[in-house]
Design a protein around this ligand. Structure first.
Ligand SMILES: Cc1cc2nc3c(=O)[nH]c(=O)nc-3n(C[C@H](O)[C@H](O)[C@H](O)COP(=O)(O)OP(=O)(O)OC[C@H]3O[C@@H](n4cnc5c(N)ncnc54)[C@H](O)[C@@H]3O)c2cc1C
Length: 319
C-alpha cells in the first residue's frame, strides 16, 4: 500500500498534525510519502524528511496561503503521477476543505475526522464519529480511486525520527496557480498564544462566567496551565469572545488531554466538539447540569469564586 500524507503549514510553520498524519500512515505499514506546499518550505520539508519519508516540496510565493484551487491542481498532478492508494490529511479547516476538493478531483472515496485506522480483511478501515460523536462507524471505500482520509488532530501519535527520507523539489507551473479567489490579507484570530485545536489543555468558558470581563479568569487559568482558551457558542453569540474560540458543532473540534468546561451546561452541540477529550473537568453551580454526565471530575460551585483559587493552585504546581 502506498500512502501520501499532506502536510499543513501556516506562514511556513508546520502544524503538529503533519507529523501525526505521517505517524498514522506509518502505523498501517507500506510506503509512506508526504507533500508540502508553501512560500518557503525549506525548514518544514527538512523536518518532514527527518521522519524517514520522501517529501515532495512545491515552493512558490503564490502558495504561501493555502488556496484550494491551486493546491488542489498541484496535488492532483502529484496523485496522478505517484498513484497512492491512500491520501491522509488533517481534519482542520485547512484539511477538510482541501481534501474534499481533492477527493472530488480524483474521484476517490472520503472519510473525514477519523479517530482510528486499521487494515481489516486486507482493506483500509477508518473509524469516524457520527451522530454528534455518539456513534463511531467503520468505513471502507468502495471505489477504485485513492481513499482520502482526514484525521482528527491529536488522535494519532506523531511519527518518530527515522533515516531514509528524500527531498524531491517539484516544478510549479505558473499556469496552475491562477485562482478565482485571491487572499489579500491574513490576520491571526484571537484565542490565546496556544492553538485551540492542537492544545493539550483547553480551558473553556460558557454563559456561567456571567459577563464578558470574566473571560479573563478563563485566560488566566489557561495561561497557568500552558493551555488554550475555548468557549461555548452562547458567549460567542453574546459578543463576549471571538468565534475563533468556539468549540462544538458549528465551531472547532478539540481533542486535548484535559478539557476544563467552566459555566458550560453541556448542550449536545457543545459536546460534539469536545467529548473525545481524554479527561474532562466541569465547573458548574448546578449539580444537575448535563455536562456532569460526561465529566470525569466535577466541581459544583460558583465559577467566579472557584477560578482564582484553582488558578493560584495551578500556578503553584506548574512552577
Ligand atoms: C444548530 C446549532 C448549532 C450549535 N452549535 C454550537 C456549538 O458549536 N457550540 C456550542 O457551544 N453551542 C452550540 N449551539 C448552542 C447550544 O445548543 C447551547 O445553547 C450552548 O452550548 C449553551 O452554551 P452555555 O453552556 O455556555 O450556556 P447555558 O446553556 O446557558 O449554560 C450556562 C451554564 O452555566 C452554569 N452557571 C451559571 N452561573 C454559573 C456560575 N456562577 N458558576 C458556575 N456555573 C454557572 C449554569 O448552571 C449552566 O449550566 C448550537 C445550537 C444549534 C441550534
Amino acid at each position: 500500500m502506498k500512502i501520501l500524507t499532506i502536510a499543513e503549514q501556516k506562514e511556513n510553520q508546520l502544524s503538529n498534525i503533519s507529523f501525526e498524519s505521517i505517524g498514522a500512515a506509518q502505523s498501517l505499514g507500506g510506503e509512506v510519502c508526504c507533500a508540502i506546499l508553501g512560500g518557503d518550505t525549506t525548514a518544514a520539508a527538512a523536518s518532514l524528511q527527518a521522519k524517514g519519508v520522501n517529501v515532495f516540496a512545491f515552493v512558490h510565493a503564490d502558495l504561501t496561503n493555502m488556496q484550494e484551487e491551486s493546491y488542489g491542481r498541484l496535488l492532483k498532478q502529484l496523485i496522478d503521477r505517484e498513484k497512492p492508494d491512500v491520501v491522509i490529511g488533517s481534519a482542520s479547516f485547512y484539511g477538510k476543505s482541501l481534501m474534499a476538493r481533492l477527493a472530488g478531483l480524483c474521484g476517490g472515496g472520503m472519510a473525514s475526522d477519523c479517530t482510528a485506522l486499521s487494515i481489516e480483511e486486507g482493506k483500509l478501515t477508518a473509524v469516524r464519529p457520527t451522530y454528534g460523536g455518539n456513534v463511531f462507524i467503520k468505513v471502507q471505500t468502495a471505489g477504485d480511486g485513492p481513499f482520502f482520509i482526514t484525521i482528527r488532530p491529536k488522535a494519532f501519535p506523531e511519527a518518530a525520527d527515522a533515516e531514509g527520507g528524500e527531498l524531491v523539489s517539484e516544478t510549479v507551473d505558473d499556469a496552475v496557480l491562477t485562482c478565482q479567489a485571491k487572499v489579500t490579507e491574513r490576520s491571526t484570530g484571537a484565542g490565546g498564544a496556544v492553538s485551540l485545536t492542537e492544545a493539550d489543555i483547553v480551558v473553556a468558558g460558557g454563559r456561567g462566567i456571567r459577563a464578558a470581563e470574566n473571560f479573563k479568569l478563563i485566560e488566566e487559568m489557561a495561561e497557568a496551565l500552558g493551555g488554550a482558551v475555548g468557549s461555548s457558542r452562547a458567549i460567542v453569540d453574546a459578543g463576549w469572545v471571538p468565534y475563533a474560540t468556539q468549540v462544538g458543532q458549528t465551531g472547532k473540534t478539540v481533542n486535548p488531554k484535559l478539557y476544563i468546561a467552566a459555566g458550560i451546561s453541556g448542550a449536545v452541540q457543545h459536546l460534539v466538539g469536545m467529548r473525545s477529550s481524554k479527561t474532562i473537568v466541569a465547573i458548574n453551580r448546578d449539580p444537575d447540569a448535563p455536562i456532569f454526565n460526561l465529566a470525569n471530575y466535577g466541581i459544583v460551585g460558583d465559577f467566579l469564586e472557584i477560578a482564582p483559587v484553582l488558578t493560584a493552585k495551578f500556578k503553584e504546581v506548574m512552577k
